[in-house]
Design a protein around this ligand. Sequence first.
Ligand code: SF4
Length: 442
Amino acid sequence: MTSGKPTVFVETWGCQMNELDGRRFVGLMKGGGYEEATSPETADLVLLNTCSVRDKAEQKVYDRLGQLAVMKKKRDGMILGVCGCVAQQEGEALLSRLPYVDFVLGTGRIEALPSVVRRVVEEDDRPVEVGFDLDEVAYTPSAIARTIPHKASITVIEGCNKYCTFCVVPTTRGRERSRRLADVVEESRRLIQEGVVEIELLGQTVNAFQDPETGEDFADLIRAVGTLEGLKRLRFVTSHPKNFGDGLIEAMGPKPSVCPFLHLPVQSGSDRILNRMKRQYTRSEYLDLVRRIRAGVPGVVIGTDIIVGFPGETDGDFEETLSLVSEVEFASAFCFVYSPRPHTAATRWENDVPRPVASERLTRLLDLQQEIQKRAHRSLEGERLEVLVDGDDKKGKKSSGRSPCNRVVNLDVPRRFRPGTFVMAEITRGLPNSLLGVPVAG
Ligand code: SF4
């Protein structure tokens, strides 16, 4: 039986910020009387919340839009909107290219969704809303339709000013705009009262956060949120090495709620390539930072992102990446072959690393990283880790959760634990990408 209310379905691709934006779309439309549909087939309003970080992801968006267009032809009155990074990047061009799309909404105009939908329904308009308000992050925390009761993400800074030569984020997300520290603390407090025990602070360069009024920085924010009564775990992502000062290391140190895990993209181990990427640090500066973080935050583990086959990358440059990975022993690494993105400096350079060479480098890098992870996970056998249960594992057979250092732990017992439960587990087996454990008395 239906309630007769119009329905919305949001399909989100890409990063955690996109995921959170997807929940903002649902929350905003619920505020306007919509209900959430469980599939696009039954929704009156379908939003494709897109990702353009790599060429492959963008191509998939166009393929998916083609499928949704077929669905729309069969269903009178279905509204199809494109949101997220591809919407921001392409704007008007998307509407001209795809006649079946009803509106385009960029990442800086999320809060305009209800008025954009109204223009489509009532005025038969095809709106394009892109661009950014430079001083403010328009953000209504109460309009996020959250789905997981024990965990929540909070965007604290949008955009990026770094303009790495391979990255489309400054185009798709605009320049840095931070929220007010007091607003983030207030939102955190409210979420904790509602039962959230783990908060993750989000930003493309989260540690570039700076309160627009008081000037308080990310270390101040970690101190303020990390000491809130009732919060068990605080995480944040993604950190830029350039913004990682000693103040932040100090702020992470003494608080039990701050999880000992950092995602700190290095991208390459070669100074020549780091310079071409405009990453604003050298190999030795990165290694020195890792040393200082490890000294200041006991037990911390570090994950990273790496690009192989960047224009100009020689065999020697790639060997330097392998040697850096061996030296740091990352806990996890997202590794990709370079993909040219529109509006970035590197697209103007000759893409001179042949695809087979880049693919072979990627395979070597992934093999090395797997070896490192296997070793690290095996060394945890016999250790005890606190697991916050998220739900079932991928096969639906065991309860699964994460340790404070962000490792996936599957609980090797028939009993199921409610999501949000803390379980002390003894690790019985270290696999390359996860751990097996059995519950023990805490
Ligand atoms: S710092 Fe990160 S988000 Fe900003 S331009 Fe560089 S890669 Fe992109």
